[in-house]
Design a protein around this ligand. Sequence first.
Ligand SMILES: Cc1ncc(COP(=O)(O)O)c(C=O)c1O
Ligand SMILES: [Zn+2]
Length: 414
Amino acid sequence: MDRIDRKLSNLTCIQCREEYPVQPFRYTCDCGGNLDYVFDYDYINSIWKKENLDKTAMDSVWRYLPLLPVNESPENINIRVGATPLIEFPNIAKELHFNQLYIKDDTRNPSGSLKDRASEIAIQHAKELGDNLLIAASTGNAAASLACLSAFHGVKALILAPDSAPIAKLTQILQYGAKLLPVNGSYDDAFDLSFELTKRYGWYSRNTGINPVMSEGKKTIAFEIAEQLNWISPDQIYVPVGDGCIIGAVYKGFYDLLKLGWISKIPALVAVQSENSAAVVNALESGGEIIPVKSNTIADSISVDLPRDGEKALAAVRHSNGFGILVSDEEILQAQLIMSSSTSIFCEPASAAAYAGMLKAAKENRISNLDNIVVLATGTGLKDISSAAKNVQIPVSVSPNIESAEKSLKELIH
Ligand SMILES: Cc1ncc(COP(=O)(O)O)c(C=O)c1O
Ligand SMILES: [Zn+2]
């Protein structure tokens, strides 16, 4: 267990800039705006140097404790959240006419999605506050992640999920022993209900968009990307966007490193959304504010009417000189298949959306031939087999004899 002694950061409202101390902990500003942690970078710089990071092992998100809003790491970190590979695909980059393609493979986290980064830090934070029941509303992955890591760290998890969430995700939640309250409504309904319960019973909320600890956990993906590239930022990062927490967090991670002087630029962040759930990209294109939509996309994890971290998402794209891009459900399913078969990374549709966005941007010449590109793989395809199955055709079976096999093989292998 590592411990960090330092002045804890403040929380600042991203809308009215009101500041709050970190104790007692609060979720949102009195004005309704989301909060963000503000660190004392001079102090962090005085106690921590990138040269001190153990070069022989990138072991977990806890490697970056001085930049996390908790006092210590858990006793047992062997479940290993984070420290996922950044894999390069030079042949694909060549084909698409840019310099290098990297995929940050966060499907390899314990519960199969990037959300583990946030759950891991949230559980430690809850423990430090003396809470041992965490509640979350989720389209599936955040819930499965909370359930998984709660089982490991010995706390209780209560999950509210739309009853339309993929069966694999609901099953995963129950397999890890969490309590599940399926909601006959949308993700937005489940979200509102869960926050009502937090207010009424004081349970710790692991909800994206109201708990600033979520961004702090997810930002570790940016630290890892920067470190894996020897502190040279890539040019663009493609991020699938639903609530906007991940993209806001990626920005925050690079912002922290820039403030510490460890990198020299923040990469352009590209927000990828489904055409059928486009609130953030619509606002980016109009230059205005977020207007809720009626979402309906096969990519369930990014199917969101009102993005709960929309303001952070807009700021992330605008301040990094990035852009938004929309992809159709058909393009997402096509990209899922192309990605699995050309990179060996099998993603769920929400995650494949980022790859679809990258393919589209390359086609539209929005990537220059000198650019180094990172695509985030945020969730494994095994979470939603029924969508992926729409994309492939299982061949008819053959009789177990060589003649019958050879007859079918003529069609199968040309
Ligand atoms: C696999 C996956 N990708 C992308 C997202 C989108 O993240 P955010 O809602 O923070 O924008 C989610 C969120 O549930 C997800 O589970
Ligand atoms: Zn405010």
